[in-house]
Design a protein around this ligand. Sequence first.
Ligand code: MOS
Length: 704
Amino acid sequence: MNKVVGTAVSRKDGRAKVMGTATYAAEHQIPGLVHGYLVTSSIANGQIKSIDISAAKKASGVIAVFTHENAPKMFMPTNDFMTSKIYEARLPLSDDKIHYAGQIIGLVVADTFERARDAAHLVKVEYATQKPLVEVIKASFKEPPPQFGEELKFEKGNFATGLASATTKLTATYKTSTEMHAPMEPHATIAHWQDANSLTIYEPSQWVLGSQRTYADLFGLPSERVRVVTPFLGGAFGSKAFPWPHGILCAAAARQVQRPLKVVLSRRQMTANAGHRSETEQTIRLGATADGSLTAIAHEVKSYTSPVDVFTEPCTGITPVMYTAPNLQLKQELAVLNIGTPTFMRGPGENPGLWAMESAMDELAWMLKIDPVELRLKNETKEHQRQGKPFSAKHFADCLRVGAEQFDWKDRPKQPRSLTRDGKLVGWGMAASTFPGLRTKASVKVRLLPDGTAHLLTAGNDMGTGAYTVVAVTAAEALGLPVEQVRVELGDSLLPDGGLAGGSQMTASLVPAVMSACQQVLKTANAKTAQEAFATLRQSKRAAFEAIASSAPGDEAKKWAFQSWGAHFCEVSVDEEIGRLRVTRWVSVMDIGRVINSKTAASQVRGGVIMGIGQALMEECHLDPNIGYPVVYDLATYHFPAHADTPRIEVAFVGEPDLNFNPGGARGVGEIGITGVSAAIANAVYHATGKRIRDLPITPDKLI
Ligand code: MOS
């Protein structure tokens, strides 16, 4: 039996991506394709008084111009997560109201992209303008509705009593900035109607089967009449799970003009129309006794949503899973701003939630004069304090211990400002990571072919996370084949339902289905190994052995809480004269259940850490209070870490296969890497400088 699972396997799709042969949404070649360019609002609040399209219509190459006055037909889908969810509850062009700057108010269709863009600028709009509300400080906050069927409010014990019994008390408020979604592949849609009732959509989708249902509902069609094709995504991070207004409008307009139509967002348009993470303001209150035992935890969160839909950044999700306290109080508040609807972004809730909690735990450790690793070990919880269930296969303590050892944490000087190198202050910090183990039903088809290859097919998506390779690795081991002899096809709604590439669940969903399909096909072939099956095929002149199998969660979640864990340790250097902060060393240790491919799993953690460095040091988005537009709007003004900003990131895995969770034992790794990163950096900055930064990002002005 060859051992493939857990080894380091290079991406199956790596060569295609490097050679430019991987086809992204906007690159599909469709004969007769025409181009759409969005017309967007230059005000952030008000109404369209008049919209004059006469000049645009007469411009050369223009085929059609759509506004709210002649909006193409579409129906409102359920907007429910599991049936037909759209990112924004208001359909494009549904009336003359303007809710945020950059809102789509028209679409110009022309024979070339340049002509469509040129004509879009000829559309003349008169607005009745109202002052937009884009500053959180001026907003009024209310209790949000339940999210995904769960109340956000929670109380266990009595916080006030718990705090009264504490000898050390901390109250601190932590902030994060609005963060833009900016995957490397911009959002784009090609809509191709074969006839008035058959639609093919090429767009970056984390969930082709979900989008298929949604587009079907939008146009009053049965699902089978819609096909969504997404073989490759250039990053998604939560911004490509459901249709956005531009995709919906593209499909509606294409039906009307009876031509295949492509709409591509510019980087500037993406700032308004492709999602972002709401800024947050979080107050953490902790009470502890002198030995470091927590007596009370309160976590209060403010975030914002748009005027047209509700999305609450669910930061309090982490609080009942991290540290045990007899008294726990959680509260979220939500305000409405004139901004597009915020959405899921890598570690939604977990990431900003841990920024606050893991900063507060560090502050408490300094107050108590207890090592921050020890403080966490002391307060680890064995059960999910909201669900009242024990965690399955939890190895958080190993993450802390192994990380501390690899980093030589014991050598850390106990006072701030005590390490220097080359005239700069140096500091060490650490923080914990967590993300829930999620999983959905998935189905996989496998075909054994006479040429000695196995072909695996499922509609699941690889958004750059490594799903192609995870499927190949699992099948290679189950069939006893070299990984090179396994071919994988993903990302087409015609294939068996592969579930959603979101919530870090693609691996945990697909791996058990792949295992099951491979066992099934060997049974069908009456063979012990794939080699035996291939021999039978060649003798019998049969075209293929084929099997399809599904795997779904059972009732294990009644008994267990599933959660992944981790710890980050980092070093920073700070040049106080110019406020320059650099991250110089990094160790991450993760407990994610079974590691299917150690190479892509470590890459996921590294990607998360790098994205977290961006959040900690650079990503900042203010909106101009007069016009409501972001003052940063492209990759030149909205900064991300480059290689020079990124240290070597050591990644290690600990733990054991979580076989209570699924037969593959994997819990997923897409999001956990980013959680805790910004707190680890801020904690290291405190150690270096003695300055406690509670407001992200940590820009030079805060360090001088
Ligand atoms: Mo993720 S934010 O569930 O794509």
